[in-house]
Design a protein around this ligand. Sequence first.
Ligand code: ADP
Ligand code: MG
Length: 756
Amino acid sequence: MAAPSWPPYFEASQNLLVTNRILLGGFANYYQSLTHQNLSLEEAKERAKNTEVKGKLPQADQVLNYLAWSNSVEVLKKVGRKTKYHLKKLKIEKVEDLLFHFPHRYLDLRRVVKINEVKVGGEVTVVGEVKEVTRRLTKKRFKLIQVAIFDGTGYLKGVWFNQDYIATIFKEGMRVAFGGRVTFRYGQLQIENPLFDILGEEKEGFHTGRLLPIYPATSSLSPHRLRKLLSEARPFMKVPEIFPAWLRQRFGFVSRTQAFLGIHFPQSVEEVAEAKRRLLFEELFLIQLGLAMRKKRMEIKEKGYAHQVKGQLLNDFIQGLPFELTTDQKRALEEIKRDMSAKKPMNRLVQGEVGSGKTVLAAAAMVIAAQAGFQAAMMAPTEILAVQHLRRISQFLKHLPLKVALLIGSTSAKEREKLLPAIASGEINVVVGTHALIQEKVKFKRMSLVVIDEQHRFGVWQRFRLKEKGTFPDMLVMTATPIPRTLSLTLYGDLDISIIRELPQGRKIAENVKTVLCQTQKRRNWAYEKVREEVEKGHQAYIICPLIEESDKLEAKAVLEEAERLKNQVFLDLRVGILFGKMKPQEKDEVMMSFAQGELDVLISTTVIEVGIDVPNATVMLIENADRFGLTQLHQLRGRIGRGGYPSYCILFGKPKTEEGKKRLKAMEKITDGFRLAEEDLMIRGEGEIFGARQAGFPDLKIARLTRDVEVLVEARKVAFELIEKDLELTQPVNALLKWEVKRRFSDKLDWLFRA
Ligand code: ADP
Ligand code: MG
């Protein structure tokens, strides 16, 4: 293995040095002096060795390897433009990406069984030559692919269903390995969906006699090729330990180098397990360190106001409510009070389904701010929601001597002229609004509370801009999106969380709603009949058509066509309104308002209808192509109905093409609890899907599975927060590499983490 040439290292170390000179315990400084001398890699290593302070600093070559992680894969032998291009499809661009491309399984080639010794029912690995590849349709119209291999003692077939590409992988004469459980069908030995590998014409030994890692691959980069690339990258696995000694001792972790070698080149199953245990912990630990640092930093730097929470105003507020708070609400309120009375700023997320009573809590927090002589601001993602919040909050506060105002994009210039000075003078106690709130011109006198609704709809900077209008105000974030605990610990790991699970009595929304899956034309007619029936009872209906094409034009067209059809052919005699994304905000608001006021019977819409919108009179929802939605989204849509306590119907149209899709719709029929659905969603789809594209900013997990690794996550979180408590900025030399690694892996994901 020829060592890579100097320039890439040079670049990396430059980078590292510029970013943080004292990192690596001053080691980097030394390298800087080397880079100035334009030495070859060998020379640099040699010099470094001579000046190394034994025991204190990592080995020079290890550091150089580590620095090289950020170089392009091109530094590896046998990686040219073409391979680089193929690797990019697997999101492998840098050396580190390759090292973190972990096998998803292993084929045990240490005990290859001869085909004539295979026992039916047993788990085996067999190796042989491909003799025949056949594809045919079964009676049930499955595509059946069979690959027969021969090993000198007998024949065995690998069998796949509906996986056409398999047939293109195998060619007669190839040497391959199959692994899996053996069955005996139609007079022949076979393995259904075997683990497989193409052994190629390699000399014996490279593949046989070991645990063969199988990598997630593409059609142009086989697991076989990936294994070769990883052998090329093997030297780069020799890197410094980033964990402090006590941490490794406490959990008995193998070293970082051992972990990478163990997962890519294992000698035994145990070695794989130990490698995974270390890498899994490491991944979650690093994220939690980042979150802990961010949280701690905020707590220390931001000197918040310690509100006096006992007061007449708050008492009056609670007394004046037309209902008693639920147990969950009471608990959340206690938590809010505790946070607001503390010197450090509150960072609390209140999670609860639509209608669970979060707005009352926001109002209570506002009252706490007001009774201390401060102002409060609440930001919602859309005008409709802002208006709705304003109405509710004014209602809650109406018997208190507080002034509430609305500031949204469509607030007229004339009104603004009056409003802005009143906010600046402190005359107005509570301002509810949209992004309009963060405009430069909006100034508060003394603002100590920021409430953010549906925070995932805002960018981080928007939250910060609003917070900057006060002096380290307390922040209360509300979300109706149920997030499983594992996700909230990673996603919002620096926020404290209050969860409202029970809904106010008499408003068991989910239980009012019956969910039915419809797949035939007959059922469609039944559904339309249902709509008509409900409208005749004086209720209202939603019909949701998802965005079919990417383009807005097509979306609009699809909805419009469907709307026209329904309007003119199906619901001729009903009042039908249409809502879609391309409409002007004002038009949207108008349609929404007239639906809310009962001037429309049926609202046909894309998914733009708002999560928080409340029309208690709506009792039916038809969702077209329901299989295109995620569970969480379906559940939120469904949350629009049944709010008035009437029996309601959520009718899902759609023929899922995948198993996954079927499971999802089944889950919708069965499960009514949002949190349970969210967990189910996570199980069915895997967190990558949910948070990969949609939730930008979610750290890219290489080995952890949040559905599976809850315990490790909780442990890693505990240790990380303990460590940050002792070394806030990870400035102690023993922690320098940890810090570097957090930064290297997650700084772009944990926004603002390393802004300072
Ligand atoms: P969310 O903001 O979570 O969607 P809201 O705070 O708007 O929910 O509450 C929904 C409805 O339930 C409102 O009409 C509110 O007045 C009412 N509500 C809230 N808390 C209670 C309670 N403890 N008992 C009865 N009704 C409640
Ligand atoms: Mg406070």
